[in-house]
Design a protein around this ligand. Structure first.
Ligand SMILES: [Zn+2]
Ligand SMILES: [Zn+2]
Ligand SMILES: [Zn+2]
Length: 340
């Protein structure tokens, strides 16, 4: 008899058409979740040397305003530039390249240098949600911008160079790989079955319950059935919305509440400020309606068993396919057991 909690198997991600290998028997050893000594909070509320703190100067001598809530500026070291000349290269279809214009912005979530999403007040988190929505609308309205990618790298482990709470927004002319796959898959699902892929998936998860982490009136956080990272989560609005700009004020409060509750659970897991990459996926901004698109956020945390033991994507995962040991159900159970 096959045992899904024990025997090796693979699971399908309907958003990307990719498979993940699950090897739960490798965690038959008892849960070894050790907690490290809690790091002493050494960050000051204001750091005179931080280029993101209010009133400080950045690269090139630009001075930040004395901002009091969120603050957005064009990245001084942008990976993309809006005035990139148009060029295309194609040799026998094997060597293809094309110019890629874009705009990269930085969003400071708070003037406080020592906060994280988990430590911010609900009203401040709501301002972050509103800022994201405004930026999505503003950048998406630029005729050549077809995708607006909002994301946050949290923690030195994820390459965040500055502890000041901030995220980034990269908007560019062509839809990047991940949202392009999701656009195709959501469209194919709606064409074949009539409904919305993520509305149907959420309904199924709410009936089942074993992968749900937490929920409020408007949003649900769950460990997806096809999660690759040990404590990966997907945050979904209960209602069918394709972008942040479609969210009514109470739903925006709901997203702020969900960000706070989920990040506070993460911080409890190994008793540290939990590192992750997170980002929002919304419908492209090329002017097409994309009625099949269902807004969501992904959290991809790298940690596996403790504050220092992280998952690496190496060997078989680079050459074959992603693999995980603890089941998504086991991960959800651990996250569910924590307080907020
Ligand atoms: Zn700062
Ligand atoms: Zn939907
Ligand atoms: Zn996505």
């Amino acid at each position: 008899m096959f045992d899904w909690t024990h025997d090796p198997h693979r699971r399908f991600n309907p958003l990307t058409r990719e498979w993940v290998l699950v090897s739960p028997h490798r965690t038959d050893r008892p849960w070894q979740g050790q907690t490290e000594e809690k790091a002493v909070d050494t960050e000051p509320a204001y750091d005179p040397k931080c280029y993101l703190c209010p009133g400080n100067s950045r690269a090139g001598g630009v001075r930040n305003p004395a901002y009091t809530s969120t603050f957005v500026f064009d990245n001084d070291f942008a990976a993309l530039k809006p005035d990139t000349p148009v060029e295309r290269f194609d040799q026998d279809g094997l060597l293809q390249a094309e110019s890629e214009p874009g705009i990269c912005r930085v969003v400071c979530f708070s003037p406080r240098h020592d906060l994280t999403l988990a430590g911010m007040e609900l009203a401040s988190l709501r301002q972050v949600v509103d800022t994201w929505a405004d930026q999505y609308a503003e950048l998406g309205a630029i005729p050549w911008v077809r995708y607006v990618q909002i994301f946050e790298n949290r923690g030195a482990m994820m390459g965040a160079s500055n502890p000041h709470p901030h995220g980034q927004i990269w908007s560019n002319e062509r839809v990047p790989n991940e949202p392009a796959k999701e656009t195709q898959q959501q469209h194919a699902y709606t064409t074949a079955r009539g409904g919305c892929l993520l509305c149907d998936y959420l309904a199924l998860e709410l009936r089942d319950g074993q992968r749900i982490v937490c929920q409020n009136e408007h949003f649900v956080a769950l460990v997806p059935f096809w999660a690759v990272w040990p404590f990966e989560t997907l945050v979904l609005p209960r209602a069918h919305h394709g972008a942040l700009t479609d969210l009514a004020p109470d739903a925006r409060d709901g997203l702020a509440d969900m960000l706070r509750r989920l990040t506070r659970r993460y911080d409890q897991l190994f008793q540290i400020s939990f590192p992750y990459s997170m980002g929002l996926h919304q419908r492209p901004t090329d002017g097409a309606p994309y009625p099949e698109w269902h807004l969501h956020a992904h959290f991809y945390p790298p940690l596996l068993r403790s504050a220092t033991v992280r998952k690496f994507m190496v060997g078989y995962e680079l050459l074959g396919q992603p693999q995980r040991d603890i089941t998504p159900e086991g991960a959800a159970e651990r996250l569910r057991a924590l307080s907020e």
